[in-house]
Design a protein around this ligand. Structure first.
Ligand SMILES: O=C(O)CCC(=O)C(=O)O
Length: 118
């Protein structure tokens, strides 16, 4: 884990020792999802006062990740593919919620699967 933190720091251009943890999320099927939430556990720091950098790597089937502003409801949608690294920085946890949507598999051939929003 320690080495993974150092490798991701280097890839993202952060100084060595910047991270105390990185989230790894494995999605084995389109059914797996995360409901609206902010990463506001004490481990993450004080989201009300501090700039927080939360980094996660997604593994497995592609996901749709949505970030929604708490006050205005405006949102941004991003596709996360296996191996993608997502960083949420600054006051994002204070002002936004995020969600990982379930996906319905659309099977094209024996070896090819695409996914669509459920
Ligand atoms: O799969 C991802 O990278 C997003 C994970 C996420 O929303 C979280 O860990 O709170």
């Amino acid at each position: 884990m320690e080495q993974l933190c150092r490798d991701v720091e280097e890839m993202c251009g952060f100084r060595a020792g910047f991270y105390n943890s990185i989230n790894f999320n494995a999605y084995f099927s389109g059914d797996q999802s995360l409901d609206w939430h902010a990463d506001d556990e004490p481990l993450m720091g004080n989201i009300q006062e501090d700039d927080i950098c939360i980094t996660s790597m997604s593994l497995g089937v592609p996901r749709v990740f949505v970030l929604r502003h708490k006050a205005t409801g405006s949102f941004q949608k991003v596709w996360l593919n296996s191996g993608d690294i997502l960083t949420m920085e600054g006051r994002i946890q204070k002002h936004y919620l995020h969600k990982v949507f379930p996906l319905r598999p659309l099977i094209f051939t024996k070896n090819t699967v695409a996914y669509d929003l459920m």
